[in-house]
Design a protein around this ligand. Structure first.
Ligand code: FAD
Length: 392
């Protein structure tokens, strides 16, 4: 009998196990993998206090994760760049390194037992309450485990969410672009590590430096754009990024390292994250399209909120219902605005930037430094001023 069984040992599950283990709870952390390998991600990890509290921020930096402090937006060749807001910096680190760091932090907690190569196959009910899980080990043996609560941290295709029939609070697949990405060596770096966002006439390309001097370049395009790529994936991918005229000169010696990965038919959703004897965290509870670039932080921060509320429950300060409602409220305050914002971003991808008046106004902005200064000094009037330029 455990206090908690956590299904899924990547960023949501491993972080949760770490928080709960450190608080003294007996935790079983299960994953079907034998170690955290590469997984879908453009690897933009917003640096928040949570990585400090997990004790991995220094490790992330020493693993070579570049610290990106700037954001560059390229609108079909017109470039704007500035220091980032929202977070002062963000780190680029391959997931096999990042997830392994989190897993090690969890495994180092004496109260946390890590069980890999174990696929969870179902949940065990006692009346209307979940009380355990059934699993299959890699050697074919079956086993079951019981806990005060079962936590699904098992990602987008969450078995736990399916088994408990977690209700959907919000869902959209409107304008959801498919994603293909790869790591590239020898991309000429910008002088200051920067997140680069390219608006193309069809979608978005994101390019950012990661560890080992590599860059991760992700193409986010309508599904149709990838038809015909089968059999010549690398050539099509390189041809597509080569169309970006401000990136092209930096790709002269670029080479793809490892596999090209992708995902189709992405859906954004937010689910009811708890019920009797169960809770969901990370992508199992809410998934936003990767244009949001916040899935990792959301998974880890939600794990933080959940651990905090589970502790309140276990200490008897709150009932299960009260603790889980607080968890949901904290989760929703963080994720709901991001959900809306990411849908707006996706809606903008559907329109090519062909309006010559607005194109002209942006070029003017970049050509006349005094105009930029005038705009900056009159920030409250910026929108009106921009409108005036467009009207002219
Ligand atoms: C193309 C793409 C790019 C992205 N880029 C970014 C980015 O730049 N920045 C960012 O912050 N986020 C990004 N995200 C989102 C981010 O990758 C996810 O939000 C994050 O991985 C969610 O973590 P998680 O731990 O909840 O789930 P996952 O990472 O999906 O982990 C779930 C784990 O559960 C295990 N599991 C599943 N089912 C079972 C089972 N039945 N039994 C046992 N184990 C099981 C799996 O093996 C897996 O290890 C991106 C997503 C995509 C698709």
């Amino acid at each position: 009998m455990y206090d908690f069984v956590i299904v899924g040992a990547r960023c949501a599950g491993a972080a949760l196990a770490c928080f709960l283990g450190r608080a003294g709870y007996k935790v079983l952390l299960i994953d079907q993998y034998d170690r955290p390998g590469p997984t879908l991600s453009t690897h933009i990890i917003g640096e928040t206090d949570v990585y400090d509290s997990l004790g991995i921020r220094k490790q992330m930096e020493t693993a070579g994760a570049p610290t990106m402090t700037r954001m560059r937006v390229d609108l079909e060749g017109t470039v704007m760049e500035a220091d980032m807001v929202i977070t002062p910096r963000t780190l680029g680190l391959r997931r096999e390194l990042f997830d392994a760091m989190l897993l090690k932090q969890a495994a180092d907690c004496s109260r946390v037992q890590v069980m890999l190569n174990t696929r969870v196959t179902g949940v065990i009910w006692e009346g209307e309450r979940v009380k355990g899980i059934t699993c299959k080990r890699a050697n074919g043996t079956s086993c079951s485990f019981y806990a005060k609560a079962i936590i699904g941290a098992d990602g987008r295709h969450s078995l736990i969410a399916r088994e408990v029939q977690a209700a959907t609070i919000a869902m959209s697949d409107a304008n959801h672009l498919d994603v293909v990405y790869a790591y590239l060596a020898n991309v000429e770096p910008l002088p200051i590590p920067t997140v680069e966002w390219y608006w193309t006439d069809r979608g978005v390309v994101i390019c950012n430096p990661i560890d080992q001097g590599l860059h991760c370049i992700a193409l986010m395009l309508p599904g149709d754009d990838f038809s015909g790529w089968k059999g010549s994936l690398a050539a099509c991918y390189l041809e597509r990024i080569d169309q970006l005229k401000t990136l092209r000169p930096r790709l002269q010696n670029a080479q793809i390292v490892g596999k090209i990965r992708g995902v189709r038919r992405l859906v954004s959703y937010i689910r009811q994250p708890f019920g009797r004897g169960w809770a969901l965290v990370g992508d199992a509870a809410a998934h936003l399209h990767p244009v949001a670039g916040v899935g990792i932080d959301n998974a880890v921060c939600s794990a933080w909120y959940l651990a905090d509320e589970l502790d309140q429950y276990m200490q008897g300060y709150k009932t299960w219902q009260h603790a889980m409602e607080s968890y949901q409220q904290r989760r929703d305050e963080r994720i709901l605005p991001q959900y809306e914002a990411s849908l707006k971003t996706l809606a903008r991808t559907g329109r090519a930037f062909t309006d010559s008046a607005s194109e002209q106004s942006l070029r003017m902005l970049c050509t006349f430094p005094s105009l930029v200064k005038a705009l900056a000094r009159r920030s409250e009037e910026v929108l009106t001023l921009l409108q005036g330029v467009i009207d002219e």
